[in-house]
Design a protein around this ligand. Structure first.
Ligand SMILES: O=c1ccn([C@H]2C[C@H](O)[C@@H](COP(=O)(O)OP(=O)(O)OP(=O)(O)O)O2)c(=O)[nH]1
Ligand SMILES: [Mg+2]
Length: 147
């Protein structure tokens, strides 16, 4: 079990900390901590605050992913999906939303705008070499095996 710490930022006592909306949900929903409603015009992107910062063990990363409902109904998604939260980041977690839909979309304070999932970051060591081990695939890619 990994321990993750959430810190509520000042002025956000009314904003829910990330939470699972069902018992076995994979993601913790993130709430918009905008001081007033924010409107995204078609094609527009904005960085949305969430009202919290966090700390987690170095073996973890957090990923910010879109909510499918917002994407399907309004074309609103995370531009940098999945966003990466590094274990050593202590700033406010923010969500980079983009409106790919045809109509303006307004985000209200407290609205659930994205979800956060945790992943393991493997410990690795890097070596520079002159030759890589051979494989059957070799350099084939990008459709090399057919459709
Ligand atoms: O959706 C996101 C993505 C990133 N971050 C924060 C946490 C992350 O640890 C930090 C840096 O993110 P990233 O490494 O993706 O961005 P960068 O452009 O490489 O910035 P930096 O040079 O600060 O690493 O920004 C967020 O709050 N939300
Ligand atoms: Mg970075």
């Amino acid at each position: 079990m990994f321990q993750v710490l959430f810190k509520r930022l000042p002025g956000n006592e009314d904003i829910q900390l990330p939470r699972k909306m069902s018992e076995l949900a994979a993601g913790f929903d993130l709430h918009a901590a905008v001081s007033e409603p924010v409107t995204l015009s078609p094609g527009e992107r904005k960085l949305i605050p969430t009202g919290f910062s966090m700390a987690m063990p170095g073996e973890l990363e957090a990923q910010i992913r879109p909510r499918s409902g917002l994407a399907y109904k309004h074309g609103v998604t995370c531009l940098n999906s999945p966003g990466t939260i590094d274990a050593d980041y202590r700033g406010e977690v923010k969500v980079l939303l983009v409106n790919l839909g045809g109509e303006s979309f307004t985000i209200e304070r407290g609205e659930r705008i994205a979800q956060m999932l945790f992943g393991l970051v493997p410990a690795i060591s890097i070596s520079e070499v002159d030759e890589l081990p051979d494989t059957v695939r070799g350099a084939g890619g990008f459709g090399h095996t057919g459709v």
